[in-house]
Design a protein around this ligand. Structure first.
Ligand code: ADP
Length: 490
């Protein structure tokens, strides 16, 4: 015999309670709670199909009981028995989501109908809930299956990357390593994953790189790594938000070889070009000693010498630009920009004195050290300060400001020279561009192109502000790594 639904009755008046029991017994099992305690016990133990509670029961409001019970058993059909269907009670019933109410006059059929309707409604909700659960579960399962497929695909991609990749967690433990990285260092993924990276990688260049990781997001640290068999790699360390670090390695042996061949070629070509130029200059100097020259001959000789000097500096600039643009110059060390400025000013002393230029320097507070190539930074200052002096009028004024602000060093070089016409300003960093108002000065038009390449290779930026007839200000902004040591100025 199928089990009947159990109706739990909790009514204040025993006669009504008996009446209900009697009416329902035909179709249902019934259980009667005599007080609140037994009501909750029966709710827990007998899992009723419906609860019928009086407007008052065991000294408590039926609505309050309903609220508490529905809080714990939200899908349980719940009817309230009341002597009189007052509007206030009906409003509360709707507010808290009770299935309905029963009120006299009560006929057996009506009681059974009310219970049956509530149960039907509850079953419909139950069926819907079960369907929803099934649907959501199967969609979750499908998604889990998709992410499993995605994981496999990512794994395939990760394992097929030609360059070596290793992912470290925030404690520098190896989380992932791809086969290329394993091959480079003769490791196996099983023996490596989960171990501290410095136990696994002992190559000194890499140890140095890992011990000084970039602390800022979006800052990538590079290091050249030389292997005993002559191969050269470029290692990069990139912070990954909420993960740790990604160490990537790619083989630059061929690039290095190409760079060596290029340097050799450049060296030979520049030597081959420079040597005849040197002898041209030498002979032009000797001509004067070989016999007296007239004024025109002396003037022609001066022009030859100027042109040869121009070609020589052009060759030098081109060679420089070539090597900066090749981008293989990864030398980085901690440098003090204000220290470099002293060397620049010392070198330019001759020109400064000859033109009686007043040079003023202002270095605000202690500048943090930059991770940079000191030779290249020297070129930057030589060019920009050199231009300010070269293009200034006699007795002109040049000021150089340096200050640290928001993890960057800002350099400003200002002169009160001829200025740069607005239409030229967008082009002065282009190769071979020379301003339309400076014909009196010689130059290759390559200096600022070299400077800009160097600044950008150091993740910096530069720009100019200038007014014709009033002067120019060149601005250079270079980023400071957060772990750069503070070098105290004397
Ligand atoms: P060069 O000085 O050899 O011509 P640069 O690349 O150094 O080449 O400069 C490009 C151009 O920018 C110059 O030809 C000149 O017109 C302009 N320029 C640079 N610095 C200054 C300055 N301080 N004052 C006026 N013009 C300048």
């Amino acid at each position: 015999m199928p089990k009947l639904d159990l109706i739990l009755i909790a009514l204040e008046t025993s006669t009504i309670s008996k009446l209900m029991e009697h009416a329902l017994r035909v179709k249902y099992d019934t259980a009667v709670a005599t007080d609140i305690k037994s009501l909750y016990r029966l709710l827990q133990e007998s899992t009723p199909a419906l609860l019928l509670v009086g407007e008052q029961f065991d000294g408590q409001e039926g609505i309050a009981i309903a609220e508490e019970v529905l809080d714990r058993f939200p899908t349980l059909p719940f009817l309230i028995y009341t002597d009189k269907a007052k509007p206030e009670l009906i409003k509360s019933i709707f507010r808290i989501g009770v299935s309905g109410f029963l009120a006299p006059p009560l006929k057996t059929d009506e009681i059974v109908d009310a219970i049956e309707n509530s149960l039907k409604h509850a079953h419909r909700i139950g069926d819907w809930l079960r369907r929803e659960v099934r649907r959501t579960t199967s969609s979750l399962k499908r998604r889990a299956r998709i992410s499993e497929a995605e994981r496999t695909r990512l794994e395939t991609v990760f394992n097929s990357i030609h360059d070596g990749v290793m992912i470290l967690d925030e404690d520098n433990m190896v989380m992932l390593i791809n086969p290329a990285m394993c091959r480079t260092f003769g490791l196996s993924a099983e023996d490596t994953i989960g171990k501290p990276v410095l136990e696994v990688l002992t190559q000194p260049d890499l140890v140095a790189l890992i011990k000084q990781p970039p602390v800022q997001q979006n800052v990538v640290q590079y290091h050249e790594v030389s292997f005993p068999d002559g191969r050269v790699g470029s290692a990069q360390l990139t912070p990954i938000y909420e993960v740790g670090l990604a160490l990537t390695m790619f083989d630059i042996t061929d690039l290095k070889e190409m760079d060596r061949i290029r340097s050799e070629l450049v060296h030979t070509v520049s030597h081959d070009l420079r040597s005849p130029l040197t002898s041209v200059i030498g002979y032009t100097e000797l001509i004067e000693r070989a016999g007296s020259l007239n004024d025109s001959q002396r003037e022609f000789l001066k022009r030859i010498q100027e042109s040869v000097q121009h070609i020589t500096s052009l060759i030098n600039d081109l060679l420089e630009l070539g090597s900066v643009e090749a981008g293989l110059d990864t030398r980085r060390e901690y440098v003090q920009l204000d220290g470099i400025l002293n060397y620049t000013l010392e070198m330019l002393q001759g020109q400064i004195k000859a033109k009686h230029i007043k040079v003023q320097t202002e270095i605000i507070s202690t500048l943090p050290a930059l991770r940079a190539n000191p030779v290249r930074l020297r070129q930057v200052l030589d060019n920009v300060v050199g231009n300010a002096i070269k293009y200034s009028y006699d007795q002109g004024e040049v000021s150089i400001f340096m200050r640290a602000e928001d993890s960057q060093i800002i350099v400003q070089v200002t002169d009160n020279g001829p200025g740069i016409p607005a239409k030229d300003q967008a082009h002065i960093f282009d190769k071979f561009f020379r301003g339309s108002n400076i014909s009196a000065h010689t130059g290759s038009g390559l200096g600022l192109a070299i400077v800009k390449s160097i600044v950008e290779a150091h993740q910096g930026r530069m720009w100019v502000e200038s007014t014709v007839g009033r002067g120019s200000s060149f601005f250079i902004v270079l980023p400071v790594l957060a772990d750069s040591p503070q070098i105290v100025k004397r």
